[in-house]
Design a protein around this ligand. Structure first.
Ligand code: FAD
Length: 492
């Protein structure tokens, strides 16, 4: 029996105070003002990704007109630093009285649904005291992000234990790390590399990017001409934000379509963009010509082509090869070449964290998510009153925060007006016979952290309502028009 004095009850619990959780809180306050809610956040501050990542140069890799919320104009340059994103979030918290709803240092260990009371009960560790408390709510809105904030992914390289230099994952960067005048190697070729290399290059002796294979980048000015144009005519910031956002989204849609219909043309466009920043005789073929179709992995925007400027100046250089093993003073490559180094940054990606590593139970049965199917990438079969925010890969994550915000609020109102206390996605008998497929089609999108963890994730089936389509434009049309009376939910 639970101790009622120790049970804190709300209509909705939001897990996570990152950009998703704060967006969720805004939508609840705006659209369901009578609902009581709390955000439980494991850390001592809001911001999630933008609080935990502190490596040199940390910045967004997509523009803030689309990464920002639809309701809060972005007025800075499109690519923003972590600090600027945190300031933006702080304004949202202050302007909308969200502060009093956030409880920091509250780590959720497990979540248990009880059908009789239609309640989730969460076991929560209060980190300052170590005390375990129970929080309960009718609806659980999971905004925990997708990766483990504590530890990044470092492959198990041979000889790593013999390396006498420093090896660090960017996620674990601390203020006192000194790389001045060091011979630095950054392993990996994604957005983190594109960020950290230009930021470190001026201070270290030399910086080498060691990549197994090349990646696509979109270099360009860190300015939005459409926004500048609209501001010139003194348009209100709300309009500047909406119109610039629309322009960027349309442009992105056009380009993503091109990558499917005319992949070679899209590839050439991207590679030509990189070539413009490098010397005419630079070996773009080896270092910047990927073999895969563009957008099978996330493409980072490189403001002012800064990583390429570093390469052009000679301060940074590229090596495209594979690691054979680590040695005491460097890295031996498969080609036989050796890179001497005393400082290695392993920009090798994330460890996926499924739903914040929280153990879920429904009526005392532990949930195995890999045996469930996702409803539109937001809810999960047989799990009542729970929605998670899993954003877009080829567009800004946050676009989905606003869409999900509208959906949850509509669902809560629908349930209230019909006297329902729970909504549980279910598969029809016909759908139950469909073969289960992995969360994402590897042909479509295949970043390492997802491929390493597909086995943990819920499945999809053929029908597009039982998968995360990753298609913002379709969802923008489909999700608001879901007829909740006919949706595949069991209501009680
Ligand atoms: C360096 C970097 C740059 C990126 N740039 C972009 C970009 O430009 N555009 C883009 O679209 N995406 C980008 N992404 C992806 C990015 O993570 C998301 O877009 C977005 O910030 C995720 O926000 P979130 O709130 O969903 O999750 P997070 O930012 O991960 O926040 C989740 C929060 O939930 C908390 N939490 C998790 N588990 C628990 C638990 N059990 N109990 C309590 N609290 C918990 C965490 O402490 C954290 O504060 C980037 C990612 C990284 C790492």
């Amino acid at each position: 029996m639970k101790n009622p004095d120790n049970l804190l009850n709300y209509d909705v619990i939001i897990v996570g105070a990152g950009i998703s959780g704060i967006g969720a809180a805004y939508h609840l306050k705006d659209q369901c003002p009578n609902k009581s809610f709390i955000i439980l956040e494991s850390l001592d501050k809001y911001g999630g990704t933008w609080y935990t990542h502190t490596y040199p140069g940390i910045r967004s890799d997509s523009d803030l007109y689309t990464f920002g919320y639809r309701f809060k104009p972005w007025i800075g340059p499109p690519i923003a630093t972590a600090e600027e994103i945190q300031d933006y979030l702080e304004e949202v918290i202050e302007d909308n009285d969200i502060k009093e709803h956030i409880s920091y240092n509250r780590h959720v260990n497990n979540a248990k649904w009880d059908s009789e009371s239609s309640l989730w009960t969460l076991e929560v560790e209060e980190k300052e005291t170590g005390e375990i408390k129970e929080y309960s709510s009718n609806f659980l809105w999971m905004c925990q992000g997708y990766y483990d904030h504590e530890k990044g992914y470092i492959p198990d390289w041979e000889g790593i234990e013999n390396f006498k230099g420093q090896l660090i994952h960017p996620q674990n960067w601390t203020e006192n790390i000194d790389y001045k005048d060091k011979e630095v190697v950054v392993i990996g070729s994604g957005a983190t590399t594109a960020t950290i290399v230009p930021a470190m290059a001026p201070d270290c002796k030399h910086i080498t990017v060691l990549q197994r294979s090349p990646t696509y980048f979109i270099p360009g000015m860190n300015q939005q001409k459409v926004a500048n144009f609209l501001r010139f005519f003194k348009l209100k910031e709300e309009w500047v934000h909406s119109l610039t956002r629309l322009y960027i989204l349309l442009l992105q849609r056009w380009f993503v379509n091109k990558t499917f219909k005319h992949p070679e043309k899209a590839k050439k466009q991207l590679i030509d963009g990189v070539r413009e920043y490098l010397d005419p005789d630079y070996d773009v073929e080896t270092h910047f010509t990927p073999t895969y179709r563009p957008w099978r992995q996330r493409i980072a925007f490189v403001p002012d082509g800064d990583i390429f400027q570093g390469i052009k100046s000679g301060k940074a250089s590229m090596v495209t090869d594979q690691i054979d093993r680590f040695e005491e003073d460097g890295i031996l490559l498969k080609s036989g070449e050796e890179i001497k180094t005393d400082f290695v940054i392993s920009a090798t990606g994330f460890n996926l964290s499924l739903l914040g590593n929280i153990d879920f139970y429904v009526d005392n049965q532990k949930v195995d998510f890999s045996k469930k199917v996702t409803y539109r990438g937001m809810m999960i079969t047989d799990i009542p009153n729970m929605l998670w925010i899993f954003g877009y890969f080829r567009a800004s994550w946050t676009l989905r925060v606003d869409l999900m915000g509208d959906f949850v609020c509509r669902l809560l109102k629908y349930m209230d007006s019909n006297g329902f206390t729970s909504a549980t996605p279910f598969l029809s008998d016909k759908e139950l016979k469909e073969p289960l497929q992995t969360w994402i089609d590897e042909e479509n999108f295949n970043p390492g952290y997802l491929l390493r963890s597909q086995h943990k994730l819920p499945k999809r089936i053929k029908d597009s309502c039982w998968q995360h389509t990753q298609d913002y434009w379709e969802e923008k049309k489909d999700i608001p028009s879901i007829d909740l009376a006919k949706a595949p939910f069991t209501y009680k």
